[in-house]
Structure formats: C-alpha cells, structure tokens
Design a protein around this ligand. Structure first.
Ligand SMILES: Cc1ncc(COP(=O)(O)O)c(C=O)c1O
Length: 391
C-alpha cells in the first residue's frame, strides 16, 4: 500500500508496543509484573467520577465549543494561576484530547520543513515522532547521566543553530525522573528568548515532585509569556489517563491557530469529560497530595530494590513515576548487547514488562514505571534479581 510520506516518517510508540505485548501475555494467563505503562494505578477520585455521571444524566452529550467549554477554560487558567502564579486568560487557553494532543496541535501550528527542534535526551518517545510528522527535524540534546540527566543551559546554547525554532522541556522528566532546578530552567529560557526560540514546557508530571522541590512552572516568572507554550494534562495529576483531557496555554495567536486545527480534526474534547475536568480543577486537591505521598514510598522501594541488584545502577528520580536504571554492565553477557534485548528477555523469561531506553534516546537504560502497587513492585523486583543474577 502506498502510504503518505509523513506516516512513513514516524514509528509506533515503543511504550504502546510493550503494552500490547504485555496484554497478549496476560490474555494467555501469564502472571505478569507490569512496569510498562506510564499510568497511575489509582482510580479517578470519586468526586470527579460523579461529575461525569451527573453530566451524562443532565444530557451534556452535545458538541461543545471547539476550544472547550468556557467554564473549563476559565478553571484551567485559574487552577494554573493558583498552583503556579501564572496569569493566563481564557483566549490563551485551549482544551485538548489529552496532553499529547495539545503537543500535536502546537507542533502542527508552528513547525515545518527546515525547522529544527531541540529535544533533551532521554525524552518522551512521542516528541521526535510528532516533530517528524510535521516535516521538521528533531535534534536530540544529550544530558549527563552523572548529573541525573538534568538539562543545563549551556547544553541548549551549544545545540542552537539559525534553524532552531523550538525547545521541548519536560521537567519532571519521563523517562528519567529528572527535575531541572528552577534557576537553571530560567537560564534555559533566557538562552532561548535571546534567540527568539519557542520553549514548549510539558508540565504533565508537574505535581509529582519529591524531596525539596515544589510544583513549579516557568510561567510563574514575570515576562515569560511571549515565547512559551505550556502543555498540560489531567491524565497523571488526577489519575484520568483514559478520559483524554489536556490543555495548552500560549499567546493568543498561537492558540487561535491550534483552535483552527482542532476545528478540522477532533472538533472538541468529549463533553462529559469536560464537565468532570471542571470539578477536578475546582474541587479539593487533597487527592493529588495523597497520590504524591504514595509515589514517594513506591519510588524509594523500587530504587532500593534495583540498587541492591549487583550491576544495576539507578539514580534517584526527583519526580514523575519512573525509575531509569542503567543496565549496561550486562551488555556482552549471555549474548545480550542492548537494553532492548534485556527488556525482551525480562518479558519473555521472567514475565516482567519494562520499556527499553533506545526509544527514549538513551541506550544503556530500561524504564521501570513504579505507578503500581508495592506488592507488584516486590514481585517484579524479585524476578529481576533472579534474572540479572543468572546472566
Ligand atoms: C512527558 C509526557 N507528556 C505528555 C503525556 C501525555 O499524556 P496524555 O496525553 O495522557 O495527557 C505523557 C504521557 O505519558 C507524558 O509522559
């Protein structure tokens, strides 16, 4: 079949591929320890569920305005202001079908052939693929594992060329869990502003930061609005992955362009989900703090477990819900030469699902999602210990 070149430029997400392989094994009755999906194990909080049911019962089942219902756009701006001290207004906000869709709309509105996009590595698998889809060129910027994979301003400076149009920053980071220190993030922004380069800040994991770090947004710095795009999501913050609701905040002309694209593609995010999202943002925020507290315990458990396996090196993630152990000490043993082969063997031989680092732009690591239960983590860690011990 003769497909369009833009489709042939991109690959299916390796995370989705692992999820599909894991589902297949589960369907065969295999008892899997599943550390693949980047998805909270928690149910969506009850008050949010009830809001969706209410919306359904009240017949909120019609098309909505393309950029989202006004109360939701208003709730997003106010929530963002309350959480981070930003100052966005409704015309600077669009509601999208998940955070991934906010990124997609923004990239389609901004990028074209000839543009270069700086993507700090390791990166979320979707960034380079979406950039390739637009015809622009992704340019990986390798961060330093010995500095906990934090992006530094001088790395950005070195990578900029006259063609650089956009930098994508994801802090806390999927897959590494790295959190960029606030003052460094401001320096990164200043480097970009001086060269008229857009900064896309993906705040998907904003509320899952540990240690001394507090949820923070670059947009809380006065004067930063002109060349920043925020991509946000309710997926992780409120355990709403399947609901598909996210947003973007950006200067009005860019939001208008994104609305134009959305009007000719998805029309609007799901009506009843939008009603539930208003309640998530305006309602009690205690549920977010409870999840954060649980993630800290899970993180400590998985990192201690991984570090106790001889040969496995693991930095302490400062945010998100992934551990990103370095497994390169096992390359060259038992015919294994890559993280992909390790992840493949873990899945087939001891039924532990992880995602290999190659898709994230770093070849020595595997991603272990700890957004699961303590019991599942313990079970999987035990199997990993046996597996690595046998190599
Ligand atoms: C870094 C990052 N950004 C954005 C998203 C998008 O999430 P969603 O489309 O569910 O809002 C994800 C999901 O895994 C992610 O890891």
């Amino acid at each position: 079949m003769q497909l369009a070149a833009r489709v042939n430029r991109i690959a299916i997400s390796p995370t989705s591929a692992v999820m599909a392989a894991a589902e297949k094994l589960k369907a065969q009755g295999v008892d899997l320890a599943d550390f693949g999906p980047g998805e909270p194990d928690f149910p969506t909080p009850q008050h949010i569920q009830r809001a969706a049911i209410r919306a359904l019962e009240q017949g909120r089942t019609k098309y909505t305005p393309t950029p989202g219902i006004a109360p939701l756009r208003d709730a997003i701006c106010k929530w963002h202001a309350a959480q981070f001290g930003s100052s966005y207004t409704v015309p600077e906000c669009i509601v999208t079908v998940g955070g991934k869709h906010a990124l997609f709309n923004a990239f389609c509105a901004l990028l074209e052939k000839g543009d270069e996009v700086l993507i700090p590595a390791p990166y979320w698998v979707t960034y380079p693929e979406q950039v390739l889809y637009t015809g622009a060129t992704p340019v990986p910027v390798m961060t330093d594992p010995s500095d906990g994979f934090r992006l530094r301003a001088e790395m950005v400076s070195r990578a900029i060329t006259p063609r650089t149009k956009l930098l994508i920053v994801n802090s806390p980071n999927n897959p590494s869990g790295a959190v960029i220190p606030n003052d460094e993030f401001v320096k990164i922004y200043e480097v970009c502003r001086a060269k008229n380069i857009w900064v896309m800040t993906d705040e998907c994991y904003s509320h899952f930061v540990y240690g001394n770090a507090k949820p923070w947004s670059l947009t809380s710095v006065p004067g930063t609005k002109p060349n920043i795009i925020v991509a946000g999501s309710l997926s992780k913050t409120f355990a709403m992955t399947g609901w598909r609701v996210g947003y973007a905040l950006a200067p009005e002309p860019l939001i208008s362009a994104m609305i134009k694209i959305q009007s000719q593609s998805t029309s609007n995010p799901t009506s009843i989900v939008q009603k539930a999202a208003v309640v998530a943002l305006r309602g009690p925020q205690q549920c977010v703090e409870e999840m954060r507290a649980e993630y800290i315990k899970l993180r400590d458990h998985v990192v201690n477990g991984l570090r106790s396996i001889p040969g496995v090196k693991c930095t302490l993630p400062e945010g998100a819900f992934y551990a990103y152990p370095n497994v390169s000490a096992f390359f060259g043993r038992s015919g294994i030469n890559s993280a992909s082969e390790i992840a493949g063997k873990l899945l087939r031989e001891v039924h532990v699902a992880t995602v290999p680092g190659e898709g994230f732009g770093s070849k020595d690591n595997i991603r272990v999602s700890y957004a699961t239960s303590m019991a599942e983590l313990s079970r999987g860690l035990e199997r990993m210990r046996k597996f690595f011990g046998s190599l």
